[in-house]
Write a protein that binds this ligand. Structure first.
Ligand code: DOR
Ligand code: ZN
Length: 345
């Protein structure tokens, strides 16, 4: 049995760091474990200009503990009216690593998202030309589509067209939750990849309703049935370079979660790597963790692999019920329970 696992320092390819007091109180959980992170742009207002991207990146760097070596990789939020030249300039200047596409009203702060993919075809054209990745929140938002079907319908209604019309565009299908998405990515060309969260690997939709309504298991895309969780575990641990680590850590205060209309998102940053290690261990695939966590992401993005290592030790980590943020509390993933691995640098 492996009792200690040392891997190249990993990156997190999907993170919500928020802004202001929340940013200051959450950023170091991510910076402690990961060398780099793709930063989601769904602030209010969203990050839609190069200037806003530079300013947000600086606020993040100012909040990072100076003893940690962490690089935020910024993304531009696509809107119906975004200017292709602004996007391309941001990429050329090294500000925007990628663009994030939220279908309008799909999730937190997505009201300015794209209402029809055709509206941004000129931007996708430019991104394809310059090799800038498109990060897709892969759900349709029509009211007549069942919430559990939104990802699968997105593939047939949107993604297939985009892949056909922009065959060389690099696309990351973010936080996939279904067997259909895992199969689509596996069967597509090398320019199509996916991120997978620890929570979608660990629980299915029953967790949201266990003995009552459990807001801390609610996120978007919503967890699906067990067969989908099993398909995700197979994809993540397959050793395929098309699937890599993206936590989608999405902090909300305890009040915002435990409400009559609670926000979507799990705060998994504090022990993200331990959670992934648990899953890979259960699947007898600890030897596949390094590729998933530290190699496939940078290779897809065309970035160098991190130097340095981190170590996971087979030793229980107790997770507190709550953590302090701003003047209130946040409930972390695995709150009040434990994980069988401990992170160490
Ligand atoms: O659960 C989620 N929370 N899904 C998202 O897509 C957005 C995120 C957030 O920003 O809170
Ligand atoms: Zn997200």
């Amino acid at each position: 049995m492996t009792d200690s696992l040392t891997i190249r320092r990993p990156d997190d390819w999907h993170v919500h760091l928020r802004d202001g007091g929340m940013l200051k109180d959450v950023v170091n959980y991510t910076a402690r474990q990961f060398g780099r992170a793709i930063i989601m742009p769904n602030l209010t207002p969203p990050v839609t200009t190069v200037e806003a991207g530079i300013a947000y990146r600086q606020r993040i760097l100012d909040a990072v503990d100076p003893s940690l070596d962490f690089t935020p990789l910024m993304t531009c939020y696509l809107t119906d009216s975004i200017d292709a030249d602004e996007v391309a300039r941001g990429h050329g200047d090294g500000v925007f690593t990628a663009c994030k596409l939220y279908p309008a009203n799909a999730t937190t702060n997505s009201a300015h998202g794209v209402t029809d993919i055709k509206n941004i075809y000129p931007v996708l054209e430019a991104m394809q030309r310059i090799g800038m990745p498109l990060l897709f929140h892969g759900e349709v938002t029509h009211k007549d589509v069942d919430i559990f079907d939104r990802e699968a319908v997105f593939i047939s209604d949107v993604l297939e067209d985009v892949v056909r019309d922009f065959p060389a565009l690099k696309i990351v299908f973010e936080h996939i939750t279904t067997a259909e998405a895992a199969a689509f990515v596996a069967e597509s060309g090398p320019n199509i990849a996916a991120t997978i969260t620890p929570h979608h690997l660990e629980f299915n939709r029953n967790a949201i309703f266990q003995g009552g309504i459990r807001p801390h298991y609610y996120c978007l895309p919503i967890a699906k049935r067990e067969k989908h969780r099993l398909a995700l575990r197979k994809a993540a641990t397959s050793g395929s370079p098309k699937f890599f680590l993206g936590t989608d850590t999405a902090p909300h205060t305890i009040e915002a979660k435990q409400s009559a209309c609670g926000c979507a998102g799990l705060f998994n940053a504090p022990h993200a790597l331990e959670a992934y290690a648990k899953v890979f261990d259960e699947e007898n695939a600890l030897d596949k963790l390094e590729g998933f966590a530290s190699e496939f992401g940078p290779r897809f993005y065309g970035l160098p692999l991190n130097e340095g290592t981190v170590t996971l030790i087979r030793q229980e980590t107790a997770i507190p019920e709550t953590l302090d943020v701003m003047d209130t509390k946040i409930v972390p993933f695995h709150s009040g329970s434990s994980l069988p691995w401990t992170f160490s640098t």
